[in-house]
Design a binder for this molecule. Structure first.
Ligand code: SF4
Ligand code: SF4
Length: 211
């Protein structure tokens, strides 16, 4: 089943690379910026988790131990939490960098782009409001694209939103097309209260899944 998911990831990567390329003047992602991996819920499905765990097992023992420590701390904070939505820094974030980058889930691959929903509503990434992606073209008060700011940039690329919501990207149309199932979805941390076994990655596909 991982074969189908890996083929889907290759398709998704190719698509997202094109989207990022088309938004270059508005994107400020750089090494060491890890705000998108913090203070969130990170939805993950069964198959994404299985693949992610393969990434975990491929890491040095020392990093695995750091992740285990992060997990324990987050689970302890979760036990004390009494609100509705528990947010946390991703346990796989080590020294401001993703330790399982090639194995990261669908939502992680879309971080930083603007989302367009079916009703044509746009949602800027949260980091826009911290002066990062798209902040150079958005009117932050009105939450719309500012023609004045855009003109000032004098670039040929247009700021666009893409159909990249987690709901859409994990739709059954992709399951049918690539022959796999996402399975149950829940916040990443909740998978660690129950045991999730990694499914071995087929050797031939391991390489092609890398970005
Ligand atoms: S898996 Fe990696 S990219 Fe995704 S939230 Fe965690 S650290 Fe960030
Ligand atoms: S998406 Fe935003 S927060 Fe994440 S790396 Fe890019 S600029 Fe930083």
């Amino acid at each position: 089943m991982l074969n189908g998911y890996i083929a889907y990831l290759n398709f998704l990567n190719e698509k997202l690379d094109r989207f990022f390329e088309s938004q270059k003047p508005f994107i400020f992602c750089k090494k060491g910026c890890s705000k998108c991996c913090r203070n969130a819920q990170f939805p993950y499905s069964v198959i994404e988790m299985k693949y992610l765990l393969n990434g975990l097992l491929s890491l040095d023992k020392e990093i695995q131990m750091q992740i285990e420590k992060n997990l324990k701390n987050i689970l302890a904070q979760k036990q004390q939490f009494s609100g509705k939505k528990f947010r946390y820094d991703c346990p796989f974030l080590i020294n401001d960098s993703c330790s399982v980058y090639d194995y990261r889930g669908v939502v992680c691959r879309t971080f930083g782009l603007m989302t367009r929903y079916e009703n044509d509503k746009l949602r800027a990434p949260f980091c826009t409001f911290q002066g990062l992606n798209y902040a150079n073209v958005l009117n932050l008060k009105k939450r719309t694209i500012s023609p004045r700011k855009y003109k000032k940039l004098n670039v040929k690329e247009e700021p666009l939103g893409f159909n990249i919501s987690y709901k859409y990207l994990t739709d059954e149309e992709f399951e049918k097309a690539f022959g796999f199932q996402f399975g149950e979805k829940k916040p990443l941390i909740e998978w660690f209260t129950a045991k999730t076994e990694p499914e071995p990655v087929p050797d031939k596909k391991r390489k092609s899944a890398q970005i």
